[in-house]
Design a protein around this ligand. Structure first.
Ligand code: ADP
Ligand code: MG
Length: 322
């Protein structure tokens, strides 16, 4: 059984070099990569801490999957193509079966996206995983938070709120197969990498929804100096989410849970009328659900409208009618 840090790195974090642009990988003081001519480098990092960013009961495979996906989601939000990652991992002990499961899942998800693990750090302590992801884009071809324009439609990919429901289900020990897809959304978010890459042709502005639409659309609005209206009935909910609200909230949708909790890892992006048809076509081609949920306005406010077309106010305590 590997005991030392170096044996752990060799056994579990040294994968086959799967990219020609990696000149030096795991094993030296630094990694060295070549950024192709005409491309630009995008860099992001996210840390997952046990008990904070995932429940302590989460499997090694799910932790590996999620630690990569949350980073790929940031790359997707800028329209980048993932290329390389580093991994700084803190482990409470050398648990071989845990490391084996983590390593296998890591290798599989990285191979799927043609990403190379080029380095990292291995330390002892409370379980924590930090991934740095690096991606490439064509010169200047990125999606940014500060590019929303008045009149742009606001879209989101997928469904919102499932991961927050998944977390409730796990924390409340609800063992009901009906909610499997919400738990999957929590543990196995699907970064919209392919969509982000092609969206660059039709949009300039996107963000990934990691803290809920209220906060993340809020970032677009403050960066762009704009406001927005959002129609609550247009917010996409999965059938699993609807069942949850029927069973546990008397059929009433808990908008705070759907729009102000985290972990959706869907994209929120804006599109002008000229490009709307092309974006819808792209989503259809990729078999990805997208929904128009509102519009950018020239105020500085983010306003929500209910089913009865009443304005709703969002505060720290959640959504309320005015
Ligand atoms: P140094 O002491 O020079 O910083 P380390 O002993 O921390 O180097 O790591 C040795 C090599 O193993 C380096 O190339 C480093 O990038 C790599 N490495 C360490 N931990 C990991 C990990 N968890 N995943 C991938 N590579 C790692
Ligand atoms: Mg060194």
């Amino acid at each position: 059984m590997p005991g030392s840090e170096f044996e752990v790195i060799k056994e579990y974090f040294t994968f086959k070099k799967n990219r020609d642009d990696v000149n030096i990988t795991v094993g030296d003081d630094c990694a060295m990569v070549t950024v192709p001519l005409g491309k630009q480098l995008l860099v992001t990092t996210d840390t997952l801490i046990s008990g904070v960013h995932f429940p302590k009961s989460t499997s090694a495979q799910d932790i590996a999957y999620k630690s990569i996906m949350v980073n790929l989601s940031d790359l997707a939000a800028m329209g980048a193509t993932p290329a390389w990652v580093t991994l700084a991992i803190t482990l409470p002990e050398v648990d071989e079966s845990w490391l084996q499961a983590f390593s296998q899942q890591l290798d599989s998800i990285l191979s799927e996206y043609n990403i190379c693990l080029i380095g990292g750090d291995t330390t002892k302590g409370h379980l924590s995983i930090t991934v740095q992801a690096m991606g490439l884009c064509d010169q200047g071809k990125v999606l940014c938070r500060d590019k929303a324009e008045v009149g742009d439609k606001i879209f989101v990919t997928g469904d919102l709120g499932d991961a927050a429901i998944g977390l409730n289900v796990v924390q409340d020990n609800i063992h009901n197969e009906v909610y499997t897809s919400c738990i999957d959304k929590l543990n196995r978010p699907q970064a919209r990498v392919k969509f982000g890459q092609e969206l660059v042709a039709y949009s300039k502005c996107a963000i990934d929804i990691s803290d809920g639409l209220v906060a993340d659309l809020g970032h677009i609005l403050s960066a762009s100096g704009k406001g927005a209206i959002v129609e609550l009935p247009a917010i996409p909910l999965s059938s699993c989410a609807r069942k949850y609200f029927e069973q546990y909230n008397k059929g009433e949708i808990d908008w705070t849970l759907v729009l102000a909790h985290g972990d959706d890892y869907e994209l929120c992006f804006t599109v002008n009328s000229e490009n709307e048809a092309a974006v819808r076509e792209l989503a259809t081609k990729q078999q990805l659900k997208i929904s128009c949920v509102g519009e950018i306005t020239n105020t500085s406010k983010l306003l929500f409208f209910s089913e009865e077309n009443k304005e709703m106010k969002f505060s720290d305590s959640g959504f309320q009618h005015f």
